[in-house]
Design a binder for this molecule. Structure first.
Ligand SMILES: [Zn+2]
Length: 341
């Protein structure tokens, strides 16, 4: 046939069986004879890197001239056992997923908000915490996520505590409210001895983000208690099991040991807190993409392993999944891609 010579170099296999023409197109030559034998005759298969799939859009495009000339046929979709009625969009059985509030807000903000700002447009501004220096280049290069290991007592109380403690960090309360203590170019202590990708003493490069949460919890008789339930001097004594100190079970996450997560029970971030952390770091990246790398958004336990366990299993996402540091960075990369940041 005419096309045999015209297109020969495009094929690895082409044959005839029972008088029917078959075209098998393979751009990589990495598929075994057994796999070829399993293919249905009279179908066009595109094979790439050892995987094959019919109706691959890229393949269809590449083969467009053959299809248009009627030389190759499009693959036939497999028969469906019984027709399925698709529920109406927006009905209970096929709900429209709610818009992601963080992405919606940031997309809107990106239309009007200038870059290289020193104040976060959605954070409450304050004069709090102790400044130790300014970032090289004037902007942070990443962020360290912490928990406060304290009460969820709001930004006002948290703000005076920060100043007394002589540290400096963004603070996020249970409702997702964000406090920015100083202009973005100024750094203060928040993570101590730390190491990440060739940098050390990371407070000099990365902002601190403290989320109000109790931290790791002790399970006693089915109830969960924070460190301040312990008696004795410096809270080193036995747990007192005070009802007022109990953390409700629906605020608790469990995780086995996994990557950076030390196994155990945690006072998990609220969804508002999780979204506030996402929003803040995505904005920090948007604000100066050259400086702030989303790959440098780390938990304290990732940069001070063995010494610190925050965020551990407290980093729970909007689908109630406990995230490791790697999983969180993957989520941020996906978010940034959707936003075009
Ligand atoms: Zn910490």
């Amino acid at each position: 046939m005419r096309y045999r010579t015209r297109y020969r170099t495009r094929y690895r296999w082409r044959t005839r069986k029972n008088g029917k023409s078959v075209a098998i197109v393979d751009w990589s030559m990495s598929v075994s004879k057994e796999e070829i034998d399993r293919l249905a005759w009279e179908q066009i298969w595109y094979i790439d890197k050892g995987h094959y799939a019919n109706a691959d859009p890229a393949a269809v495009q590449k083969l467009g001239h053959l299809i248009r000339n009627g030389i190759l046929k499009l693959p036939v979709p497999p028969p469906i056992d019984s027709p399925v009625e698709v529920p109406e969009t927006g009905s209970v059985l096929n709900p429209v997923p709610p818009p992601d509030p963080v992405l919606a807000e940031l997309a809107e903000l990106a239309e009007t908000c200038k870059k290289r700002r020193l104040s976060c447009p959605f954070a409450e501004q304050a004069q709090a915490g102790i400044v130790r220096g300014t970032y090289p280049g004037g902007f942070p290069q990443g962020a360290v996520i912490h928990w406060t290991a304290g009460h969820r007592n709001g930004l006002k109380t948290g703000r005076s505590f920060m100043t007394k403690s002589r540290y400096l960090y963004f603070l996020i309360d249970a409702n997702g409210g964000i406090l920015q203590p100083r202009p973005i170019n100024e750094w203060g202590y928040h993570c101590g001895k730390s190491y990440w990708r060739g940098r050390s003493s990371l407070h000099r490069y990365f902002v601190g983000i403290e989320c109000q949460a109790a931290g790791k919890l002790k399970k006693i008789d089915g109830d969960f208690y924070p460190w301040w339930d312990r008696g004795g001097s410096n809270y080193t004594g036995p747990y007192r099991k005070r009802p007022a100190n109990r953390i409700p079970a629906d605020q608790v996450a469990y995780s086995p040991h996994r990557e950076n997560i030390s196994g155990g029970y945690y006072h998990k971030l609220t969804i508002s807190q999780f979204n506030a952390v996402r929003k803040l770091v995505l904005w920090l990246h948007y604000n100066n993409t050259d400086s702030f790398d989303l790959g440098n958004v780390v938990g304290h336990d990732e940069i001070s392993p063995g010494r610190k366990v925050d965020m551990g299993g407290a980093l729970v996402d909007d689908q109630e999944r406990v995230l490791t540091g790697n999983e969180f960075r993957l989520r941020l990369a996906t978010d940034a891609k959707k936003l075009g940041f």
